[in-house]
Design a protein. Sequence first.
Length: 360
Amino acid sequence: MRKFICYVLIIIACSITCIGLSACNDDKYNITDFHNSYIQIADKYDFLKLTSINQDYGIENTIYKIDIDYSSAPNLLALVNNNSTKYSYLKTFYQKMLDNALSPVYFYSQDISNSKNISKSQTETLYEKLNDLEDEYSDLDNYFNILASRIQASASEDINLSQLKALFNQYEEAISVACDLSNTVCDIYFNTVVTSYNLDYSNVNYSQLSDADLITIYTNGKTRIHYYKWLYTSIYNELYMEEGNIADLIIDISNPSLPVYQPYTFVSSIEAINQNGLSVFNAHKEDIYNYSILLYHAQNQLNIDIDSFLIACNNIDFTKINTNSNNTDLVYANVISNFAYGISYDIYEILNSVKHILYT
């Protein structure tokens, strides 16, 4: 009887332990920590630092991003700050593209962390992709360390440029992973955290738009800019960078002419979003009304088409498609091209037209 009781107690104890472990596993990731988990990555690596974003996007919260800390490598910093060197592309091209890819993380992650509507599966997906990004930051830090050491130890331009190219390639890996994380962030932010970001004013006359309506149109557009920074970075990355030759182009050619995708150039140039006054809004009320309706329909169409674009991106490397590619790959390539130069380009043209009215 005593043995039986012991067995029962052991079984109960094991069950309680399993339940406890399961509960701990369930609490492995907490959405309230997501924003801080991102910014804390900077504390773990020599060449990373946390900096506030100084551009005025018309927001009250202080926004932080992970940047490169060159303080321990003055020789490398001098080269990076010299626009006549190939090292300058680290700041002017690659880091800028990484910032654009992560713009939704910078600007939406605090609201996501504060939301009570995020599911367990959404939380797990966010952290899985954030962990992938941290791996890329770790590799970036490693490559920066190697490059800085090479420059310090050797004057051989061939050796140093070879390592610089390796760093360029690592940036491209990081940009792809950043785009993947920001895709999830945007999906959760616009479909779970906020629900009225794309409003239809076509059922009223433009003269009926109130001052509050005009401010709402401005605010929603301002919020969406970070989404478009991610979107057009993702498209540029797919069109030209994944397994492409941009790093080779920069290293091998004296004055390289990098590929241009105009929507990316447009959003990349937006470094401040300051609200025009209501007097300007009212003076252009009909234009704002017309553009808002165009953007409403275009965004709805993009929401439909983007899944096919992302599926195509996951199935092919667009930069390797040619006339000898199989029919399935050519179909995927056509989806990517149509998305980049169809609905996505339409939205860029609308934004480009309305920008001077809504923002200074």
